[in-house]
Ligand binder design. Structure first.
Ligand code: SF4
Ligand code: SF4
Length: 79
């Protein structure tokens, strides 16, 4: 349902909470990827600065786990 909701939201262009990365802070420890309940390659996403993934459920696990504060939340307009 969350994934469908995200697709609809993007179609309509509503502002939405999403993940934001500060790639320069990442020390490549991999804790974010280990924590992700959706088994996403969060470390790779951070390194590439590409945090949008349709399977991300915005649980915040990676945000809470990152010891360097390299992952956070931000609002952005829907695409
Ligand atoms: S937990 Fe933070 S520092 Fe570690 S790999 Fe993930 S983003 Fe980088
Ligand atoms: S918010 Fe949760 S589901 Fe999304 S990338 Fe981070 S740990 Fe994975």
């Amino acid at each position: 349902m969350l994934i469908i909701g995200r697709k609809i939201r993007n179609l309509v262009g509503w502002p939405a909470l999403h993940l934001a990365a500060a790639s320069d802070r990442c020390v490549d420890c991999g804790k974010c990827s280990e924590t992700c309940p959706m088994s996403l390659d969060v470390r790779g996403m951070v390194r590439e600065g590409r945090m949008e993934d349709a399977e991300c459920i915005l649980c915040g696990g990676c945000v809470d786990t990152c010891p360097e504060g390299a992952v956070g939340y931000a609002w952005k307009e829907g695409a």
